[in-house]
Design a binder for this molecule. Structure first.
Ligand SMILES: [Zn+2]
Length: 273
């Protein structure tokens, strides 16, 4: 695959999505979040199970927005419909900072202590419940990929996803003990937040708000009825191409392996809210 060589400016991202909308590939909405346009893109296939994909909540993790753009340009599987937020932290993306221009971590502002950005995503949340939510991040301190999976829908499929990425030559962070996940693994295990596996983190369903100082998107999405979600962490210290490729392959792997028996029954309801 040919991947974009460099991180695009925010204006270039907006222009690229606008061009996809003009070609009829996506329906695009510009949501208001502070001074910046925050985009939502929808690909509707009536009655198809809905997948939510968000990227760029941390502005110093720019591979997510580029990977999502690349996926849509290449074409996503037509058996699903998609609701996407291509960059949920425009001001942080511009500045290259984790936080937004008001110094807030948007991924701690879902449902409680909200920000303009999290309110924009919540206000544009679809009527029909996505069966899967994917959130594209990078870990600026690692040279290898890992992910989080949260599931109320039965067995975890992250082991298969990690195997597939490894088979495609993506470096995998097998041992997560030494990785900064926001709190120590011992503490997280004691509190029942998560369990470390080989290359992935099993989220155990607790709401971490009181512990990490706010509510992440994936936890909020679960409260909206999303039964399975992945948070992908590309190797932020790796080559740009590896960072992009790991996220592109992770999205494709998730769409290929999520158990079809956990899909909700099809619905004729529209995506738009
Ligand atoms: Zn992040």
């Amino acid at each position: 695959m040919t991947l974009p060589a460099l991180k695009p400016e925010y204006e270039a991202l907006v222009a690229a999505w606008t061009e996809l909308a003009e070609r009829g590939v996506v329906d695009l909405r510009s949501l208001t979040a502070g001074d910046e346009p925050l985009l939502q893109a929808v690909i509707e296939h009536r009655g198809a199970p809905l997948v939510a994909i968000s990227a760029g909540v941390h502005g110093d993790e720019p591979a997510g927005p580029s990977a999502l753009l690349h996926l849509v340009r290449e074409g996503l599987p037509r058996e699903f419909a998609y609701v996407m937020w291509p960059c949920t932290n425009p001001s942080g993306y511009r500045m290259g900072t984790r936080r937004n221009s008001e110094g807030r971590d948007i991924n701690r502002s879902y449902g409680v202590k909200t920000t303009a950005e999290s309110r924009a995503v919540a206000a544009s949340w679809p009527n029909r419940i996505p069966f899967l939510a994917l959130d594209l991040h990078e870990d600026p301190e690692t040279t290898a990929f890992y992910c989080y999976e949260r599931s109320a829908a039965g067995r975890y499929v992250a082991p298969e996803l990690v195997r597939r990425l490894e088979g495609s030559g993506i470096p995998i962070q097998r041992d997560l003990e030494g990785v900064d996940l926001g709190l120590s693994s011992g503490e997280a295990t004691r509190l029942g937040l998560w369990q470390l596996e080989r290359g992935w983190v099993r989220s155990l369903g607790q709401d971490p708000e009181a512990i990490i100082g706010g509510r992440p998107y994936s936890v909020w999405a679960a409260a909206q009825g999303v039964r399975r979600s992945f948070t992908f962490e590309s190797p932020g210290l790796g080559a740009w191409e590896t960072r992009l490729r790991s996220l592109v392959l992770a999205v494709r792997a998730a769409l290929a392996i999520v158990p079809r028996d956990s899909l909700p029954s099809s619905s004729e309801e529209n995506v738009s809210s």
